[in-house]
Design a protein around this ligand. Sequence first.
Ligand code: SF4
Ligand code: SF4
Length: 444
Amino acid sequence: MLTLRWRKTFTHGVHPPEHKEITRGKPVRRLPFAPRLILPLAQHIGQPAIPLVRAGQEVVRGEPIARADGFLSVPIHAPATGVVEGIELVPTAKGPKAEAIVLRVYAGDGQRVLYGAARDIEALDAKALINAIQDTGMAGLGGAAFPTHAKLSVPPGLVVDTLVVNGCECEPYLTTDHRVMIEWVDHLFAGIRHARRACGAERAVIGVEDNKLDAMDAIRARLPADGSVSVVAVKTKYPQGSEKLLIKVLLDREVPSGGRSYDTGAVVQNIATLAMLGRLLPLGQGLIERVVTLGGEGVKQPGNYLVPLGTPLSFVLEQLGFEGGAGEIILGGPMMGTTIASLDVPVTKGVSGILALSPEVRAKNQRRVYPCISCGRCLAACPMHLNPTRMGLLAAKREYQTMAEHYHLNDCFECGCCAYVCPANIPLVQYFRIAKAMNREMAA
Ligand code: SF4
Ligand code: SF4
């Protein structure tokens, strides 16, 4: 029998080919330790961490090796037992080199987590709980890498009633969140409970795209009887997982232009972040590994892998039979991810995917650029109802201030829908990134 389903969603957006079928059904597997781990001090948004170790010092798996530098910062923990080789400048995904702790891993070591002590998280008050969350070193695993404790700290004078849990994973290829929802569902509910208490939310609403109904079933089977957590299927459409859109779709509340989710009484957290938090907090342990989707046509053994932080991409890819170069790799999803210049770049807290795309897919991203034909497709795609055509023309003339003052440039969250649909191949989202960076520099 044909069943017509209506799902909640937002207006505009795009639906690129999903490419999730190969990895979504594969259970998470553990990747071996690389001989050297590279741990940048700035793996999160905010102040880089401050090293607690020096060259030649032995460390055990799970031990803090860098401390947070203030509130908008998180510590770093040793992902393996070994010896610190030094603090060096290393290549990063963003381009410029940055300081990192380089760790030589002891071969043949059992690599049990030797640091951290179990504790009663329910006994902590809200402030102690926020501190405990900061101590885990958690930053958003969905890609943004915003310190989790800072996001759960509601600004004075504001009240949050709902924790919105983002289980959309709307980027093509990525299935990290999908596997975590199925395999770590108990950790997820523990994480939701702790996060709700930290931000004061009386309820949680989990949004899951309707291409993951098996994950929804796994969650539904464990929903608490008191009704404090609910799960809602939303339409599979990109960028469904964006904070502002998810709040609108699930709660019918609008984040004002220039405002934050707190202004609507909501805090949004990525689902894998909460599952990892639920796993680490009761054990008093820090973040030392994460689940990463390794996919794309260039990978011979695609799947989801638990990867120690600091593992160089070259090592990860070698394990999976990839023989190409850095130019073929995207970190994150194809819509919002970044290309990299070196395979020495390590896996960090915000890396949800490593994709080796086929030459045909990459060629599409390097097509010749033509002048705008005023077709209006970018306007029809923009989920924020902006005017990418006009902003693109202004960007070409470097009128960055006008873009911000008259065309709401700062409401653009760089989803890439406009560039994706543009028949003239205009790299609109790159233009908008540059425009925002120039405006920030002018304001500094
Ligand atoms: S990148 Fe910005 S302008 Fe383009 S569609 Fe997304 S929000 Fe709109
Ligand atoms: S989609 Fe491209 S060609 Fe069409 S109006 Fe927008 S910028 Fe111009």
